[in-house]
Each structure stands twice: as C-alpha cells, then as structure tokens.
Design a protein around this ligand. Structure first.
Ligand SMILES: [Zn+2]
Length: 287
C-alpha cells in the first residue's frame, strides 16, 4: 500500500511532468472505484490547466488555474503511469512501487495532454478521484484530518495534551488520521523503534521527552524515506529508473526474529498484531 513517502514521489513526478499543461480529454474505462467517478468528470477536467500538483497526507491534489481541484487517492494498489504518445517508454510508473511498466489490465482512467497521457491503474479499486469546486470545499474535505508530521501544529504541546488521559496505545494513535495524517503501518513501527517506545504503551503514560522523540523521529523517518525514493517491498524502479531503497534500511519492519540493530542491544525483533496491523519492535530497548 502506498504510504506518504510513496505518494510524495508520485506528486513530485506528476508536478514535474504536467505543471502548466492543458488537459485535452479524459477517457474513463471503469467508473467503479471506491467513489464512483461522476458523469461530469471528463467535462470538468477538459481544457483545465494544471497550476501545480500538491499533496496532503496521502491525497494528491491537482490544482487548476481557475482554483478548482481534483483529489486523487491511490487506495491500496493505485499507481499513476505516464505514457508518451507514439513512443514506447520503458518505465511509465511515476513512483517505484508496483509495476514499473504500464500493466495491461486495470487501467481505469486516462487523462490526455498534448504529448502524453496520465493513466490511473488500480487492480483493487480502493482509490478514488474527487472533484472540488473551490478552496473552501477543499479545506472542508480535509478539516477532519490531523496535521502532517511536517506541520508546525504537530508539536509537543499538541501531542502531549492530545494524549492526556487516553488509554489506547501509541501505535494505534500513530495510525489514527484524526491525530496525525500520513503515518502508515511500516513507518509507525520504525518511528517507535528510534523513539525507544514500545508500541503497546498507553499514550497517557508517555513522558514529555518520549513525545518529543516521537515527533522528532516521525519527521526524520518520513523525510528519509522520501529522500530515498520511498519504500517498496518488492524491487521496483520509478520513471527515471531509480530504485526505491528505503526498504533496505528498515530497522524493525518485517525483521521478526532477527537481531535488534541497536548498538549493543541483545534483543530479537518481535512481531505483534496491534489494531489488526503487524507491528514490529524490540522488547529490550523499547520501553
Ligand atoms: Zn533492541
């Protein structure tokens, strides 16, 4: 599943390729995504010029020059490919997860520009497109979501007071999009390892110092993953043919029974299911 760093790479690739370009036409092959693609979708997009491509949490936002928007969410398995007209390009994927080349099946939406087209592929169809008329509507669409780790509002005061008297565990809160947006399952385990906090710890028991570390490493882990081209479990290449190499650097994720990588720690990495998600940690150095 694409997490924030993967989505950020898609955003960066798209912004580079489609900024200030005009949409010529849209072809929809299957409307039945998580949200059904509305009948006016093609008409809404036609002749729109992309002002820029931005992102909030795991949502990609196409911003048009008339200040309307189209939100794209990749769901569980969505990828965005960029294919040049009359040219076979080897790598089409705008990120490095899933197939580097355009798959034959499950290409649901094609957005045509002058010299290329952007293709939305999604085998499981949990992704969606959402048309947004103006800034106010965009703001409302995201108002229920907590700040991103990179935001100034994700600070000690916010985190520490949010956790007051709350009995649920910290792993659960890191995945709770109302508390913080964009930290997925893989990165939650990594962040808690660096913060030396055991994932099952109740948040009301976290010290200020532990909260500080969680904030610090949330930013650090995600930034590093973006820099590395995000994480991917399999071996993929993005559109410029660069590997996403962050998966080689996981300290705990999918390292069950392997030695803890903390200097001088004798622990072995444990796996536990917390809120239905696999959680990896060292029970010696994470308290
Ligand atoms: Zn350890």
């Amino acid at each position: 599943m694409p997490e924030l760093p993967e989505v950020e790479i898609v955003k960066q690739s798209l912004d580079r390729k489609i900024k200030l370009k005009k949409i010529q036409k849209v072809i929809i092959k299957n409307r039945n995504l998580r949200l059904k693609i509305p009948l006016n979708f093609g008409k809404f997009l036609k002749n729109k010029i992309i002002k820029k491509v931005t992102r909030f949490s795991k949502y990609i936002i196409l911003q048009f020059t008339n200040e309307s928007f189209c939100i794209v969410h990749l769901g569980m398995s969505g990828t965005i490919h960029l294919a040049r007209k009359n040219k076979k390009n080897k790598f089409t994927n705008t990120s490095f997860y899933n197939s580097p080349n355009l798959p034959k099946k499950h290409n649901h939406v094609e957005i045509y520009f002058d010299r290329f087209k952007v293709i939305y592929n999604d085998p499981r169809r949990f992704g969606f497109f959402k048309l947004i008329k103006n800034k106010k509507e965009l703001y409302n669409r995201f108002s229920h979501l907590g700040p991103e780790p990179f935001s100034r509002s994700f600070n000690l005061n916010y985190v520490y007071s949010y956790f007051k008297n709350k009995k649920k565990n910290i792993k659960r809160f890191l995945l709770d999009q109302n508390f913080v947006s964009g930290i997925g399952n893989i990165y939650a385990s990594e962040i808690l390892f660096f913060s030396k906090v055991v994932p099952s710890k109740k948040v009301k028991e976290l010290s200020k110092n532990e909260c500080k570390k969680i904030i610090y490493f949330s930013i650090k882990v995600l930034k590093k993953a973006i820099k590395k081209g995000g994480s991917s479990i399999r071996d993929f290449k993005n559109i410029s043919g660069v590997d996403g190499s962050f998966q080689n650097e996981f300290k705990v994720y999918q390292r069950e029974n392997l030695n803890c990588l903390k200097y001088k720690c004798q622990g072995k990495i444990k796996k536990k299911i917390i809120s239905n998600r696999s959680t990896f940690f060292c029970d010696i150095c994470q308290k």
